[in-house]
Design a protein around this ligand. Sequence first.
Ligand code: NAD
Length: 254
Amino acid sequence: MSEEFKGKVVLVSGAGSGIGREAALLFARQGAMVFGADLSEKGLSETQELAREAAGTIQAALVDVSKETEVAALIKRIDQEAGRLDAAFNNAGITGGTFRLEDYPTDDFDRVLSVNLRSVFLAMKYELPLLKRSGGGTIVNTASVAALTGPGGMSAYAASKHGVQGLTRVAAMENAAQNIRINAIAPGWTETPMVIANSAQNPAFAELARKAIPAKRGGQPSEIAAAAVWLSSPQSSYVFGQMLVVDGGMTIGG
Ligand code: NAD
């Protein structure tokens, strides 16, 4: 494993599960000092345990990414403990319920927008000054194939993820000249614990979904994490403001 991130300080949100956990572990394995943020204390300590097994360390931060005071305090803590920030992966997110738009509970809509979109705005708002003081760096935001499509029943989720792409483009434009690269990833159907649990409840639907993917399988969290880590690394040094779709071909047919 390369030491691409040796000496670098990296923040990963949603590090207590799925894609964020895999990304935190991958950054740690490549030498980074990783701050893993999540709402779930249990999830974070499991990620820390996995990191220890792989001889890395992850600093846990119990944070609700939709709350401004908590995000501000997290960045302040990183500044105090590490003195810099080189890369951020703003990845925490929720799916929300599935309802037709006219039945979508307004409070649920607000909650999904808050956790998926407001969080990315807040994260970048507080990360950017520290990245600038560190001489530049990278941000990767997690969108979804739902940033490209309109999956029925998922108005809040699709709106939030379209918004993530928009915020990513604006932030990339505003900061490209200051040695800060900002991109997004758009995972397709990814077999995180939540998706696996849903598939177990409805195996026929899961089988149909997998068959509809050109690759004929779901993605692994590690495959999405690898794309996020690549976008955070010097390997992608001329990639600015893009959304990298990692979906087994799910959206190639339009
Ligand atoms: P996951 O549920 O396994 O992990 C998400 C993590 O985010 C959890 O640990 C959860 O505790 C944390 N979290 C939720 N709300 C939070 C909050 N307010 N503050 C801090 N942490 C919070 O899900 P995942 O599949 O790994 O999802 C990661 C990202 O990928 C999300 O943004 C999701 O929308 C996106 N995504 C996932 C898929 C998929 O198929 N799994 C597809 C497209 C996009």
